[in-house]
Design a protein around this ligand. Structure first.
Ligand code: NAD
Length: 411
C-alpha cells in the first residue's frame, strides 16, 4: 500500500511511524515547515525527492498512491481532503473534520460520490478501554443507560502547552476546545449510548489564562527574568527543560532540534516560552455541557484544563447496575444492583506502543486493512458519516454557550 502524509507535525509523525511499522510505503510527505519536514524525512528514512512543501504540490499531480493521511491543521482539512477525494484517494482525516457544518457534509458527500473511504481519526473507538466498555454496555449487564457523566481531565501542563501557548490556542487558527479536543468525547457519547443527541445546553468560558490574572511584573516571556519563577506552575523552563536528553511529547514539539541548547533558545522568543497570561489564546479553559439523547437519556460532560491527571473518567448509570471508568488506569468497575457484587476489570493497553490508550496504532491498522482489502469501509468503527454527529453536538454546544439557550438538533 502506498500512502501520502499531509502535515509533518505531531500527528503526521505518529502516523508515519505506524505506517512504517505496518510495512506501508510512504511515497510523499508535505509540510511548509522545512525543519519539521526534513526531520521527519531523516527520522523515517524518506528520501528528499518525496518531500513537498505544500499539500497542493502533491495533489495537483496524477494519482500515485492509494491513500492520503491528512494530519494538517484544522483549517486545512477541507480543501486538502476535497482535493484528495477528487483525485481518487482514500482518506484518513484528522479530527475535527472542519469547524463548519456544511464543509463536513460536503466531504462526506464527496467521499460517497467517489466511492472512497473517508475515515476520521476518532482514535478512542479503537482504544481497548472503550472497546471493552462498549462490549459491557451492549451486553445489557447494567440494563438500559439512564444517565452518564464524563469528564475530560486535561492536565494543566497539557492544557497550557496546546490550548494557551500552542497551536490550538485560538479559534481563528484552530477550533473551539469542545470541537478541537472534546469531539472525541462527544463521539464516544453517541458510540457508547448508541443514541442520537436531540438537544444541548452548555456553559463555559476562558476564565483564567488571560492578562488580568498575570501576577505583577510578569514579562511576556518566562526567560525574560520573571520574578514569579519559583511560584508559577506554568513557568515554561520548568515544563520544557527538565528533560536533558530523552525528550518526549510535548517537549519534542517546541523545537525541531530537541537538544537542550536549542530548546532553551526556542523558549527565549518562541510561542512555548510565553507567559501563559500574555498569549493570544481565546479557547475556553472549562466547559460543562448537558446532552439530552433520544429516550431521555442524559449525559453531562465536563471538560477542564485544571487537572493533575491527564485522562478521561466516566460513570454510567443503568437500570440494573453502574460502571465507573478511568482511562489512564485502564480500570472499569461494574456494580450489579441485584447481586450487590462489584467486579473490577483491568484493561491492559500499555503493551500497545501508541497514544490515546492504544487507539492511534489500532485505528491506522484498521484503515490500512480496509484499503488493502478493497472494503468499502462500512465495517470500520469510525467514518465521516458517523463522526458527523459529534461535530453537530459540538457546534450546538458552542451555540448554546454563546446564546445562553438550549439548542435542538434534528434527529
Ligand atoms: N486524533 C487526535 O486525537 C488528535 C490529537 C491531536 C491533534 N489532532 C488533529 O490533528 C491535526 C494536526 O495536529 P498536530 O498536533 O499534528 O499539529 P501540528 O501543528 O504539530 O502539525 C500540523 C502540521 O501541518 C503543517 N501544515 C500547515 N499547512 C500545511 C499545508 N498547506 N500543507 C501541508 N502541511 C501543512 C504544519 O506546518 C504542521 O507541521 C489537527 O487537525 C489536530 O486538530 C488530532
Amino acid at each position: 500500500m502506498k500512502v501520502i502524509i499531509l502535515g509533518a507535525g505531531g500527528r503526521g509523525r505518529n502516523y508515519t511511524r505506524y505506517c512504517k511499522q505496518y510495512g506501508v510505503d510512504i511515497v510523499a510527505v508535505a509540510d511548509p515547515n522545512t525543519k519539521k519536514l526534513q526531520k521527519l524525512g531523516k527520522d523515517f528514512e524518506i528520501s528528499e525527492d518525496k518531500l513537498y512543501s505544500d499539500w497542493k504540490d502533491i495533489l495537483e499531480k496524477e494519482k500515485f498512491a492509494d491513500a492520503v493521511i491528512n494530519a494538517t491543521p484544522d483549517k486545512v482539512h477541507y480543501p486538502s481532503t476535497m482535493a484528495a477525494l477528487e483525485k481518487g484517494y482514500h482518506v484518513l482525516l484528522e479530527k475535527p473534520m472542519s469547524d463548519k457544518e456544511q464543509e463536513c457534509i460536503d466531504m462526506i458527500e464527496k467521499a460517497e460520490e467517489e466511492n472512497k473511504i473517508l475515515m476520521v481519526c476518532h482514535v478512542l473507538r479503537y482504544a481497548p478501554f472503550f472497546e471493552k466498555l462498549k462490549e459491557i454496555v451492549d451486553s445489557q449487564r447494567i440494563g438500559e443507560i439512564v444517565n452518564m457523566e464524563m469528564t475530560e481531565n486535561c492536565a494543566y501542563w497539557h492544557f497550557v502547552h496546546s490550548y494557551v501557548r500552542g497551536v490550538f490556542r485560538n479559534e481563528t487558527i484552530s477550533s473551539p476546545f469542545i470541537l478541537a479536543k472534546s469531539c472525541h468525547d462527544l463521539d464516544l457519547i453517541g458510540y457508547i449510548t448508541g443514541k442520537k443527541c436531540i438537544s444541548v445546553m452548555s456553559e463555559g468560558s476562558l476564565k483564567y489564562y488571560k492578562k488580568e490574572n498575570a501576577p505583577e511584573g510578569a514579562p511576556a516571556f518566562c526567560l525574560a527574568g520573571c520574578p514569579h519563577e519559583k511560584t508559577c506552575p506554568y513557568f515554561a523552563p520548568r515544563l520544557y527543560l527538565k528533560q536533558i536528553t530523552q525528550v518526549g511529547w510535548p517537549t519534542e514539539t517546541i523545537s525541531a532540534d530537541t537538544s537542550f541548547a536549542a530548546r532553551y533558545e526556542a523558549l527565549k522568543k518562541g510561542p512555548y516560552g510565553r507567559c501563559v497570561y500574555h498569549c493570544d489564546n481565546d479557547v475556553n479553559d472549562h466547559q460543562s455541557t448537558i446532552f439530552t439523547m433520544e429516550d431521555d437519556t442524559i449525559v453531562s460532560f465536563n471538560m477542564t484544563g485544571f487537572s493533575s491527571e491527564n485522562t478521561r473518567t466516566l460513570r454510567i448509570f443503568g437500570t440494573k447496575g453502574d460502571i465507573r471508568g478511568h482511562l489512564e488506569l485502564g480500570e472499569l468497575e461494574i456494580y450489579d444492583f441485584l447481586t450487590q457484587e462489584k467486579e473490577t476489570i483491568k484493561v491492559d493497553y500499555k503493551t500497545i506502543i501508541s497514544s490515546h490508550g492504544g487507539g492511534d496504532a489500532r485505528l491506522v491498522k484498521a484503515f490500512i486493512d480496509a484499503v488493502t482489502s478493497g472494503s468499502d469501509g462500512s465495517d470500520l468503527k469510525t467514518s465521516a458519516r458517523l463522526s458527523l454527529q459529534s461535530h453537530l453536538m459540538a457546534f450546538a454546544a458552542e451555540k448554546s454557550r454563546k446564546e445562553g439557550k438550549r439548542i435542538y438538533l434534528e434527529v
